[in-house]
Design a protein around this ligand. Structure first.
Ligand SMILES: C[S@@+](CC[C@H](N)C(=O)[O-])C[C@H]1O[C@@H](n2cnc3c(N)ncnc32)[C@H](O)[C@@H]1O
Length: 282
């Protein structure tokens, strides 16, 4: 595969509204030095959201991505999910894409996400993107790991929390709201954003910012005893995309075949006469 010439060439599922929210949450954390901490992505695929998230890494912090890539899945339903949705995925593809935008790779844990809590320090992460298996048992485990790894006021983003093709994510995320004290801050069409810290100041600031955005509709609804900000991002204008480190030469086009030499009119008339003559003789 040629390296991507731009962010839009990297395959994945990471839409403008969520790019805006990642940007908003991650930039907001820069205002609070006490919220230093690592970044974590569970489920990286070919790097679309990882490339974006890696741009917010600060000196002294670590960015870890955990993905099976081309390793076998830990159980049959997960294996079927991998074959259905990610059959072209390779770790090499991820690495090539990531290195087109960043000088260094993140720390890669090529393993089921069930190992992640044992690989990182408790309370060490300030931003966690949960986007690996979309099956209930796995997402539930990922949420438990996220709770353990989340630092104070960490933001946790959950992908596909309401899609028809993955009801297990919805069950796991709302289950965590009901039983694990997860507080949801806002939702887009594709992701839910929450925290185990203090949700109130973040919600208030987010609402202020949303008032200034003419490309994002928003409303607030009381859900399970807390205000939830709903964001419709169909018209969202994506933030400036990550830029490749080096310009990529356009792919070489195969040489055009030489055009056939034109047949002189007289010769073509002679040929026609011979063909017709031949037919007449039959
Ligand atoms: C939806 S994709 C991630 C998309 C990516 N975050 C993006 O924005 O483009 C899900 C990823 O999770 C990985 N995955 C699925 N089950 C997993 C598991 N049990 N442990 C680790 N990774 C898993 C797949 O290999 C795939 O790359």
């Amino acid at each position: 595969m040629p390296p991507p010439a731009g962010f839009s060439d990297v395959k994945g599922w990471f839409w403008p509204a969520d790019q805006l929210l990642f940007d908003w949450f991650l930039k907001r954390q820069e205002k609070f030095p006490e919220q230093a901490g690592d970044l974590l992505e569970l489920g990286a695929y070919l790097g679309k959201s990882a490339i974006f998230t890696g741009g917010y890494l600060r000196p002294g912090e670590e960015f870890t991505v955990c993905d099976l890539f081309d390793s076998p899945a830990p159980d049959d339903p997960n294996s079927a999910e991998m074959d259905r949705s990610y059959s072209t995925l390779t770790r090499r593809g991820f690495e090539a894409n990531y290195l087109a935008f960043h000088e260094e790779l993140p720390t890669i844990v090529q393993a089921p996400t069930s190992v992640i809590a044992s690989r990182l320090k408790p309370d060490s992460c300030r931003f966690i993107h949960v986007d690996a298996s979309h099956l209930y048992e796995h997402v539930h485990g990922d949420i438990e790991a996220a709770r353990e790894l989340a630092g104070p006021d960490a933001i946790v983003a959950f992908d596909d929390f309401r899609a028809e093709h993955c009801p297990g994510v919805a069950a796991a995320v709302w289950g965590a709201v009901a039983t694990m004290e997860l507080k949801l801050i806002c939702i887009t069409g594709t992701k839910a954003y929450g925290t185990w810290g203090d949700a109130e100041p973040v919600r208030a600031e987010l609402l202020e910012w949303l008032k200034s955005r003419t490309d994002l509709w928003h409303g607030v609804e009381e859900v399970a005893g807390a205000p939830l900000i709903r964001i419709d991002g169909k018209k969202a204008k994506a933030p400036a995309p990550p830029r490749p480190l080096r310009p990529v030469a356009p792919p070489e086009r195969p040489a055009e075949p030489e055009p056939a030499a034109p047949v002189p009119v007289a010769a073509s008339q002679g040929l026609l006469a011979r063909v017709l003559g031949g037919r007449r003789r039959r």
